[in-house]
Design a protein around this ligand. Structure first.
Ligand code: UDP
Length: 385
């Protein structure tokens, strides 16, 4: 559906943009991901004209789904929408229907399985404890033995939250594979994302609302981009001069260092690559997300996409997820928010703050690890609207 919508718009596009150099749009939106598409929607609701461009051949950013064997495959990694913000939930569910998928990943450490996030099921499997008090006592003992008071890095933070055993079995190797850095060199904030719970509740998120759009994320983007002009396969930097004059304002959602031609140096990202396989079985692993938390398994997790929508198809599609350092020709995924990068980012931000007609938004432009609901909330509350 998305492709047809895009194609019809693409048919109207010309290779040469010079005929459009007069300012005919209120906003040029660089990037058709979640930030750009929500922004286009809000702007159009206020009667503004938007041109949305994206260098990829499809809209949807990293939420894009490809239908394979009747299964909506999250091509750029699993995305589960969750929020406690009623306005955000009402906004997305006013556009498309969401299912009641609850993320309950399983961790696989050398063939032994543990429930995530860290909860009583995990503590019971590890230590045989049954009551919350027993689990708390166990963790308190391990925390005291480690002697960490004010955590300065991810390792100290993890041990102080869940103790040495869980850190060693479920956190250390997984985190070092994902980030390519020692846990002692990573900020505590990364692990603070994960809930620790003294109940037998395997729901990964603490949020009130959770789900996945019925039929995949492309339907959400069809709705968000309705009424905007969309130009795909269009790299902002290849047409910068012409595009900068096409609208009164630019919303830029790409990497901020590239916007400023890397003048203060390159920011670092982690990238993710996927080894996708169609299997002739209707159920490969029995869960959408299985994390491999040992160091020997080269991938971080296996996603079995059909389980996001309770699929009953005869086949299944799985993706093994590999994490590596971002290079120029790969997709930047996770900002690496260490001291070096954050201080470079601040220099770019200083320039960005002085721009009168360019707005920067989203994970790449703000160099921040955002969840989807953060992005939607930011756009709904943006001062432009
Ligand atoms: N994490 C971990 N073990 C796991 C899952 C996550 O140690 O089995 C840590 C890891 O450091 C990771 C962070 O928790 O970077 C956040 O995980 P989350 O699943 O929220 O990350 P995302 O899905 O955004 O990649």
């Amino acid at each position: 559906m998305l492709l047809n919508h895009s194609q019809s718009i693409m048919e109207k596009q010309t290779e040469n943009l010079t005929t459009e150099t007069a300012k005919k749009y209120d906003y040029l939106i660089v990037g058709a991901g979640l930030y750009g598409a929500c922004f286009a929607y809000m702007a159009r609701k206020r009667g503004k004209k938007c041109l949305v461009i994206d260098k990829r051949e499809h809209a949807g950013g990293n939420l894009y789904c490809e239908n394979i064997e009747g299964i909506n495959v999250h091509k750029y990694g699993a995305h589960i929408f969750h929020t406690s913000d009623k306005a955000v939930w009402e906004f997305v569910t006013s556009l498309v229907e969401f299912n009641n998928y609850i993320n309950s990943p399983v961790a696989n450490y050398k063939g032994k399985l543990y429930n995530l996030p860290f909860n009583m099921n995990t503590f019971h499997a590890l230590w045989g404890v049954v009551t919350p008090q027993e689990a708390m006592d166990k963790i308190a003992g391990q925390r005291a033995a480690a002697g960490t008071s004010e955590p300065q890095n991810l390792e100290q933070q993890a041990i102080s939250l869940v103790g040495e055993d869980i850190y060693r079995i479920l956190i250390k190797d997984y985190t070092e594979k994902q980030w390519g850095r020692k846990c002692t060199e990573l900020p505590p904030s990364i692990i603070k994302r994960l809930p620790v719970r003294f109940t037998y509740d395997n729901n990964y998120f603490n949020d009130i609302y959770q789900g996945i759009p019925v039929g995949g994320y492309n339907r959400l983007f069809d709705k968000l981009l309705e009424g905007a002009d969309l130009r795909l396969n269009c790299d902002f930097f290849a047409h910068r001069q012409e595009l900068e004059n096409i609208a009164d304002k630019i919303l830029y959602t790409g990497a901020i260092d590239q916007f400023y031609d890397y003048r203060f140096g390159k920011l670092e990202y982690r990238t993710v690559s996927f080894e996708q396989e169609v299997l002739d079985t209707d159920n490969y692993q029995g869960v959408a997300v299985m994390n491999y938390t040992d160091a020997e398994t080269p991938y971080t997790r296996i996603i079995e996409h059909k389980h996001f929508e309770f699929g009953k198809q005869p086949k299944t599609v799985i993706s093994r997820e590999y994490s590596s350092e971002w290079k120029d020709d790969s997709e930047p995924y996770y900002p690496v928010n260490n001291e070096r990068n954050n201080s470079i980012y601040l220099k770019y931000k200083e320039l960005a703050d002085k721009e009168s007609s360019v707005i920067f938004g989203g994970r790449l432009a703000e160099y921040k690890y955002y969840d989807m609901h953060h992005i939607v909330a930011q756009v709904l509350n943006h001062k432009e609207f």
